[in-house]
Design a protein around this ligand. Structure first.
Ligand code: PAF
Length: 283
């Protein structure tokens, strides 16, 4: 039976009790509007841990002033049903007032890794993410936390925070889950119009083409970036935010493709800002 906990104190008490029983706790932090991508993380937690907690909280500190905090899709009743069917142990639903009480002024920030990609185009985003994730870790006290590789920079930034601050959590990343036509699953796909949905396919198609080019011997990161840009910009309603061909761990860019390369994209398609990525190993 899924328990719903809204109070921070009750969540801490539950976690202490479960740990005292010698059980391993898995946490999947989410902002709700659950899709198959979230479900793959939740299923991994159920398989790998004794007790599974999923949190839903649309975290205001990771949204910029001109971003979609107000319109971010909220589908709580449907999410509850999905989580009940998945048979998780606890749905943690903290309130904004409890997480960010009046006078809140403490943030945690990862330095270098947040200067690139989404960190560059969304100032303050990772500061908000690491702060809420650290708070959730402190409240839920999980042994393992699950994050999707679609948000690869987020995953690396959280891993760095965990290492640097000596947190007792194992961070587990799980592969991107895609629609049949390759579009990476995202809560923001809901913002796409019918035409936008077609244009959005160009992200995964361009990544695939880039991978093939590298496998066939292309070594110039600039050529790869240009190829991706051309493929995406010829589709209606697309606006490239960034295309990066970079190191998968520190996100630095180089002129030549190295042995292991991350290709990461952020593209606006109508009202939706979509991200996708792929790691390519040079043969
Ligand atoms: O990836 C997300 O949904 C959010 O950034 C997270 C990790 C739940 C923090 O709010």
């Amino acid at each position: 039976m899924m328990e719903i906990i809204t109070s921070i104190g009750e969540m801490k008490t539950w976690s202490r009790r479960i740990r005292d029983e010698g059980k391993v706790i898995g946490l999947t932090p989410t902002m709700g509007c659950l899709h198959e991508g979230h479900l793959s993380l939740i299923k991994a937690s159920i398989t790998e841990c004794d007790s599974t907690v999923v949190s839903i909280f649309v975290n205001p500190t990771q949204f910029g002033p001109d971003e979609d905090l107000g319109s971010y899709p909220r589908t709580l009743e449907a999410d509850k049903e999905v989580l009940r069917s998945a048979d998780i142990d606890v749905l943690f639903l903290p309130t904004k007032e409890d997480l960010y009480p009046d006078g809140f002024q403490s943030f945690v920030e990862v330095d270098n890794k947040t200067k690139y990609l989404c960190g560059k185009s969304r100032p303050g985003f990772f500061r908000g993410v690491t702060t809420i994730v650290l708070k959730l870790f402190n409240i839920v006290n999980p042994d393992t936390a699950f994050f999707g590789e679609k948000d690869r920079q987020q995953l690396e930034v959280i891993r760095t925070m965990v290492r640097d601050l000596n947190l007792n959590v194992t961070v587990t990343g799980k592969p991107i889950v895609r629609e049949d036509d390759g579009l990476a699953m995202s809560s923001r796909n809901r913002y796409l119009s019918e035409e936008g949905r077609l244009s959005a396919r160009s992200l995964s198609q361009a990544l695939e083409t880039a991978q093939t080019s590298i496998e066939q011997g292309e070594r110039s990161t600039e050529t790869i970036r240009n190829k991706i840009r051309q493929m995406i910009e010829k589709r209606n309603g697309t606006e490239v935010d960034y295309i990066s061909v970079c190191d998968p761990e520190d996100f630095s860019e180089h002129k030549e493709i190295r042995s292991k390369t991350l290709i990461a994209l952020a593209v606006r398609v109508g009202n939706a800002r979509l991200i996708d990525n792929r790691i390519v190993e040079r043969t």
